[in-house]
Design a protein around this ligand. Structure first.
Ligand SMILES: [Zn+2]
Length: 361
């Protein structure tokens, strides 16, 4: 359907109607969040697939994580920093061989490194603004943790419970391992054979290969399974007496609600873990387009969407070129004001709101 364009009208008034969480945490969120985590040191986790220049939505998520850390650090009892989980196992390209879908990930294709420099620059600017430290963690490092083989075993033991919940379409447990020779990965885990201590995967060029859970560094998962494994790994860290930190997660509001309730909390509870031990997740407001849909990096990268918008909204590269560090500071202060005034936080913001702040072209 073609809609009549250039007819968006508004009165310029920004309203903050209360409802849901904004009603409960209207005036103070940081005090509440500071009172919850079980340990003094808090790692605030954010994630990104480095498949393109970060867009405004990513900038908002990152700013929210740093703002929360900065405000937590003002409370004497807390010490917070930021960890970026780099999802370099996300697909760089997809292909169909013998009727099955295969992917090559961002790490093995070398694509991850091209864009990580921009993420690093953004994180360093936020560090300079806030005094909050950060670290980057690749998926191989995440998966090398001693807790991962234990979680993987628990996950495969519960395959019949988890597969239909995490993958309602094909009912497959989407644990993937790229071929050690060529990187081809069975996207839908169609030919996987799952055993108690290992998984046998298939490469159309090199045949079957076996990976033990104890050698977990090359494992990959689809997004819902990764979300589950990450949450369980974070709660294992918080329970480990040898560690002195706990986790809090910041992510976009598109993952709030039904997604987390069905794919995380229900599944965690069904396989015997305690939901109350999972890290708190704070959701960043979505940046939405004219129709109310979230601004999507993949639609911009893969399909050239949003030609009607100023380039700075969809690409950090353009944002930085245009506004420099001053622009990042301006955006950061905007996001920080949402955390300081939580009635501004539990909602979405449109591209037009940001165009009022940063300009229409
Ligand atoms: Zn291969």
């Amino acid at each position: 359907m073609i809609y009549k364009m250039n007819t968006i009208k508004h009165d310029g008034l920004v309203l903050y109607p209360l409802g849901g969480a904004s009603y409960v945490y209207e005036q103070d969120l940081v005090g509440y969040l500071a009172s919850r985590p079980p340990r003094k040191n808090i790692k605030i986790s954010i994630g990104a697939q480095p498949n393109g220049s970060p867009h405004l939505g990513t900038l908002v998520v990152f700013s929210l994580a740093f703002a929360l850390a900065e405000l937590l650090n003002r409370q004497k009892s807390r010490s917070a920093n930021v960890t970026l989980e780099v999802i370099d196992t996300a697909p760089a390209k997809e292909l169909v061989i013998e009727g099955l879908r295969y992917q090559i990930n961002l790490r093995d294709s070398g694509q991850a490194d091209i864009f990580l420099a921009q993420y690093d620059q953004l994180l360093n600017t936020l560090k300079k603004l806030t005094g909050v430290g950060f670290t980057l963690r690749r998926q191989s490092e995440f998966n090398s943790q001693l807790t991962i083989p234990i979680i993987l075993k628990k996950v495969v033991e519960n395959e019949t419970v988890l597969a239909p919940l995490l993958d309602p379409k094909k009912k497959k447990l989407k644990i993937r391992v790229p071929c050690p020779n060529c990187g081809l990965t069975d996207k839908d885990a169609e030919k996987n054979i799952i055993f108690r201590n290992c998984i046998v995967s298939y490469c159309p060029k090199h045949g079957k290969f076996k990976t033990y859970y104890k050698n977990s560094s090359r494992f990959e998962y689809n997004t819902p399974l990764r979300n589950l494994i990450r949450a369980l790994s974070y709660s294992a860290d918080s329970a480990d007496p040898k560690r002195d930190f706990c986790w809090l997660r910041v992510t976009g509001m598109d993952y709030a609600g039904f997604y987390q309730e069905e794919l995380l909390y229900r599944t965690v509870s069904l396989i015997g873990y305690r939901v109350d031990k999972l890290p708190i997740i704070l959701y960043a407001p979505l940046i939405v387009d004219w129709s109310g849909a979230k601004l999507s990096k993949s639609l911009y990268v893969k399909r050239g969407a949003y030609k009607y918008l100023p380039a700075y909204l969809v690409s950090y590269e353009h944002f930085y070129e245009r506004f420099g560090e001053k622009g990042i500071a301006k955006l950061y202060n905007e996001v920080k004001s949402w955390v300081e005034n939580p009635y501004k936080l539990f909602r979405a913001y449109s591209v037009y709101y940001f165009m009022e702040v940063f300009g229409y072209d």
